[in-house]
Design a binder for this molecule. Structure first.
Ligand SMILES: Cc1ncc(COP(=O)(O)O)c(C=O)c1O
Length: 367
C-alpha cells in the first residue's frame, strides 16, 4: 500500500494547462492572472477589496502595518499556531502577548483575553486552527469594547463561515494563505481582505517596495515596502482552484463525519468539535492520550502506511520566544495540545475507505 499522506493538493488538468499558457504568454509575474484572482476572491468576500501576496505571512505583516502597529505596541494572539502568526508581530517591531487556548476548540480562549489587555494593546490576531472559526460575535464585541484592531489569521479557514457568512466577507483585516497544504492553493500565496477601499493604495505600496506609479513614467516612494507580490503563475493555480472550493469543503466535511462515525472512543483520544456547518475541515486533529508518545505513534502509523502531521508545538516554547521571556507552564492547554495533537489524513481526493484504513491503523497502534 502506498503511503497515505496527511494532505495532498488537488490540481485539475485545466489548471495545469492554464499554467502552461501563462508560462508561454510572455508575462509570468504579477499581471492579468493576479487581477483576475483578486476579483474572484473579492466576489467570495462580499465584494470587499482583496489584494494577493506571495504568502499568507506577507498578508499578515502588511495587515499589521496597515493597522499602524509597530514598536511599543502589544498584539494578543494564541501560542498554538504556525509560528508565522507571532513572527509577523516581531517583524513590525511590536510585542506578541500570548493567551492560552480553549481545550475543546483549541483556539484562543476568549475568556482569557481581557485580563491580558494593557494600555499598549493595539490588536488581536485570532487563528482558526484546523479551519474551525473563532467565535466572531464574541471576538468583535470584545474588540469594539476595548478599541482593538482585529487581524484575522484565517490562513487555514478559507471557505469556512461564521453563522453562514463567509470568512473574509465581514470584519476587520482578514488574511488567508494559499500554501500548498491549504484547502485552496497557489503552491505559495496569500491574500488580505481590506475593511476599507481607501487602504488599497497603501496596501499595494507595502506589497512592492513602497512604489507608487503615475502617468506614463511617474514613480515615487514615500513608504518602505516589501517584495511580496504574487506571480501570475501562482495566481493561475489559485484561479483554477476556486471553482472547486464548495466541493472541496463538502468532501472534507463528509470525510470528517466518517472519522467521527468510525473512530473508536475507547482509545482515549480527544476529537475535535463536531462542526459540520462552519468549519472548512482544513485538518482532522486528534489529541493523543498522555500515555502515548506522539513520535512513536507517528512512526508506527507510518509503518502502517499512514502519514501523520504535527500542527503545532506551542510557539512560546521556541528558543526565540523564550529569549523574550516566555516560559513553560504559562499556557498549559496550548502546551499539552502542542505535544499531543496529531493531524490525520484529510484531503478531498481521499476515498472513504482511506478513512477506514486510518481508523483501523490507529486502533491497532493505540490498543
Ligand atoms: C495559522 C497560520 N498562520 C499563518 C500561516 C502563514 O501562511 P504562509 O505559509 O502562506 O506564509 C499559516 C500557513 O502555514 C498558518 O497555518
Amino acid at each position: 500500500m502506498p503511503l497515505l499522506p496527511f494532505t495532498r493538493p488537488q490540481i485539475d488538468e485545466e489548471t495545469i494547462a492554464g499554467v502552461a499558457e501563462v508560462l508561454r504568454s510572455g508575462w509570468i509575474t504579477s499581471g492579468p492572472q493576479v487581477k483576475a484572482f483578486e476579483a474572484a476572491l473579492s466576489a467570495l468576500c462580499g465584494g470587499r477589496a482583496v489584494r494577493t501576496f506571495n504568502s499568507g505571512t506577507a498578508a499578515l505583516e502588511v495587515a499589521l502595518r496597515l493597522a499602524g502597529i509597530g514598536p511599543g505596541d502589544e498584539v494578543i494572539t494564541t501560542p498554538l499556531s504556525w509560528v508565522a502568526t507571532a513572527n509577523v508581530v516581531l517583524e513590525v517591531g511590536a510585542r506578541p502577548v500570548f493567551v492560552d487556548v480553549d481545550s475543546r476548540t483549541r483556539n484562543i480562549d476568549l475568556n482569557e483575553i481581557e485580563k491580558t489587555i494593557s494600555p499598549a494593546t493595539r490588536a488581536v490576531i485570532p487563528v482558526d486552527l484546523a479551519g474551525l472559526p473563532v467565535d466572531r460575535d464574541r471576538l468583535y464585541s470584545l474588540a469594539r469594547a476595548k478599541k482593538l484592531r482585529v487581524i484575522e489569521d484565517a490562513a487555514q479557514s478559507f471557505g469556512a463561515n461564521w453563522r453562514g457568512k463567509a470568512l473574509g466577507s465581514f470584519g476587520d483585516l482578514v488574511a488567508f494563505s494559499f500554501h500548498a497544504n491549504k484547502n485552496v492553493t497557489c503552491a505559495e500565496g496569500g491574500a488580505l481582505v481590506l475593511p476599507d477601499e481607501h487602504l488599497v493604495p497603501l496596501c499595494e505600496k507595502l506589497r512592492l517596495q513602497g512604489v507608487a506609479r503615475s502617468g506614463e513614467d511617474g514613480m515615487e516612494v514615500d513608504v518602505l515596502g516589501g517584495k511580496w507580490n504574487l506571480t501570475d503563475v501562482a495566481a493561475r493555480i489559485g484561479l483554477g482552484q476556486l471553482p472547486h472550493l464548495g466541493a472541496f469543503t463538502e468532501r472534507r466535511r463528509a470525510l470528517a463525519k466518517r472519522y467521527f462515525a468510525l473512530w473508536d472512543r475507547s482509545l482515549g483520544c480527544e476529537l475535535p468539535p463536531e462542526d459540520f456547518a462552519q468549519s472548512n475541515w482544513h485538518m482532522f486533529q486528534i489529541a493523543l492520550p498522555s500515555r502515548v508518545e506522539r513520535s512513536s505513534f507517528m512512526k508506527k502509523m507510518r509503518d502502517e502506511g499512514i502519514g501523520v502531521g504535527v500542527h503545532y508545538p506551542a510557539m512560546h516554547m521556541f528558543k526565540l520566544y523564550r529569549r523574550l521571556g516566555w516560559r513553560e507552564g504559562q499556557f498549559p492547554q496550548a502546551e499539552r495540545l502542542g505535544r499531543s495533537l496529531a493531524t490525520l489524513p484529510l484531503f478531498p481526493a481521499m476515498a472513504d475507505d482511506d478513512v477506514d484504513r486510518v481508523c483501523a491503523a490507529a486502533k491497532k497502534v493505540l490498543s
